[in-house]
Design a protein around this ligand. Structure first.
Ligand code: NAP
Length: 328
C-alpha cells in the first residue's frame, strides 16, 4: 500500500471508495520512527483516516542500528530495522496510508492544514509532528563507514555490546558524561575526549565523572581519523593546542556531541525552543491547535525507542479526543 508522490502507485482498496485518490486526511503524521508508527496504529485503529509521510528513510534512526535489546516484548532482542518493519506492517494492517517522501513545506495558518511534498499537497484536520532528531556527527570521512561497526550514537542502546573493551566517548555535555558513567559498567576503561579544557556538563555529573576511577579525560582534543578493518580498532586524536597527533586503541567510539531536531520545515509555523525542539504543552499539543508533536522532536531528555513510542500513543489519544470534541 504505497502512494507515490506523483500520484501513481498502488492504491489502498480497503479504503471507502469516496476516499480513493483523495488527499484529505483526518490525521497526517510526518515522520516514521517509533513515535509516528505507534501513533498511526492508534489513529487508524480508531477509524481515523491516517497518512504517514515517512521521510526519505522510513523507520528513522533505528533503521541504522543493529540489535535492540531493551525494547520490551523481545526477550532475545530484535534488529532495529526488523522492529521498524514490524511497526509499519502493524500500522498498515489497520489501514494507514504511507508515502515515502519528504515534506518540504507546511501551512498551519489555514484550515484544513496544508502539507506539501515536492510534487503534491495534502490536507489534514490534524497533524502530528514526529520527525525525530539526528545525532550530530563528528564530520570526519571514515565515520559513516564505521557506523554500526564500533561507532555508536547511543550508549543506552549499544553499551552492553562493548563488554571489557576500551571505550572512548566524545563530548563535554551532560550526555557525554552520563553515557561515560554508564559505559564504565561494561568497558575495561572509558576515555572522554573533549575539544576544550572545561566541560559544559552540570556540576554534579562532572563530580561523578572525576571521581570515577574508570574514567579518564583527554582535554583539548579532537578525533581526526578512525582506523580498523571490519570493526574500529583505533582512533587518531589531535591535540588542539600543539597539533600533535596520537593513536588510541579503541573497541567502541561513542559520539555524544548533541542532537539536531529535524524541525527546519516548521520554522515560523510553531513554537520551538532556542535549540529548535518543538515546545509541547499539556503533554503533546503544540501552540497551534490541532498540531501535535511526539518523540525526539520535542523530547531531548529520554530519546529511547520505547519512550518515543509512548509519546506517539499519547499524541494519538490526544488527537482522537481533539477531533471528537471539534466535531461535537
Ligand atoms: P550539549 O549540551 O549540546 O553538549 C554537546 C557537547 O558536545 C559539548 O560539550 C560540545 O562542546 C561538544 N561538541 C559539539 N559539537 C562538537 C563537535 N563537532 N566536535 C566535538 N565536540 C563537539 O548536548 P548534550 O550533552 O546531548 O545535551 C543536550 C541537552 O540535554 C542539554 O540541555 C542537557 O543539559 C540535556 N541533558 C540532560 C541530562 C540530565 O539532566 N541528566 C542528560 C543528558 C542531556 P563545547 O562544550 O565545546 O561546545
Amino acid at each position: 500500500m504505497l502512494y507515490q508522490a506523483d500520484g501513481s502507485g498502488e492504491i489502498d482498496h480497503s479504503f471507502p471508495s469516496d476516499n480513493k485518490l483523495n488527499n484529505h486526511f483526518d490525521v497526517i503524521i510526518i515522520g516514521s520512527g517509533p513515535a509516528g508508527y505507534t501513533a498511526s496504529i492508534y489513529t487508524s485503529r480508531a477509524k481515523l483516516k491516517t497518512l504517514i509521510i515517512t521521510g526519505s528513510l522510513p523507520g528513522g534512526q533505528l533503521m541504522t542500528t543493529s540489535e535492540v535489546e531493551n525494547y520490551p516484548g523481545f526477550p532475545n532482542g530484535i534488529f532495529g530495522p526488523e522492529l521498524m518493519i514490524n511497526m509499519k506492517q502493524q500500522s498498515e494492517r489497520f489501514g494507514t496510508v504511507m508515502i515515502t517522501d519528504e515534506v518540504k513545506k507546511v501551512n498551519f495558518n489555514v484550515r484544513p492544514f496544508e502539507i506539501y511534498t515536492e510534487s503534491l499537497m495534502y490536507t489534514a484536520e490534524s497533524v502530528l509532528i514526529s520527525t525525530g532528531a539526528t545525532p550530530r556527527k563528528l564530520g570526519i570521512e571514515p565515520e559513516q563507514a564505521f557506523a554500526g561497526r564500533g561507532i555508536s550514537y547511543c550508549a543506552t542502546c549499544d553499551g552492553p555490546f562493548f563488554k571489557d573493551q576500551q571505550i572512548v566517548v566524545v563530548g563535554g555535555g551532560d550526555t557525554a558524561l552520563e553515557e561515560a558513567s554508564f559505559l564504565t559498567k561494561f568497558g575495561k576503561s572509558v576515555k572522554i575526549i573533549h575539544r576544550r579544557d572545561y566541560l559544559r556538563a552540570s556540576k554534579i555529573l562532572q563530580e561523578r565523572a572525576f571521581e570515577n576511577p574508570k574514567i579518564e579525560f583527554v582535554w583539548n582534543s579532537s578525533v581526526v581519523d578512525i582506523k580498523g578493518d571490519k570493526k574500529i580498532s583505533s582512533i587518531i586524536v589531535k591535540d588542539n593546542k600543539n597539533g600533535e597527533e596520537k593513536k588510541i586503541n579503541v573497541g567502541g567510539l561513542f559520539v555524544a556531541i548533541g542532537h539536531e531536531p529535524n524541525t527546519s520545515i516548521f520554522k515560523g509555523q510553531i513554537d520551538m525552543d532556542d535549540k529548535g525542539y518543538v515546545i509541547v504543552n499539556n503533554y503533546t499539543q503544540t501552540n497551534v491547535e490541532g498540531v501535535f508533536a511526539s518523540g525526539d522532536v520535542h523530547d531531548h531528555r529520554y530519546r529511547q525507542a520505547i519512550t518515543a513510542a509512548g509519546f506517539g500513543c499519547m499524541a494519538a489519544l490526544d488527537i482522537e479526543k481533539w477531533l471528537a470534541e471539534k466535531k461535537s
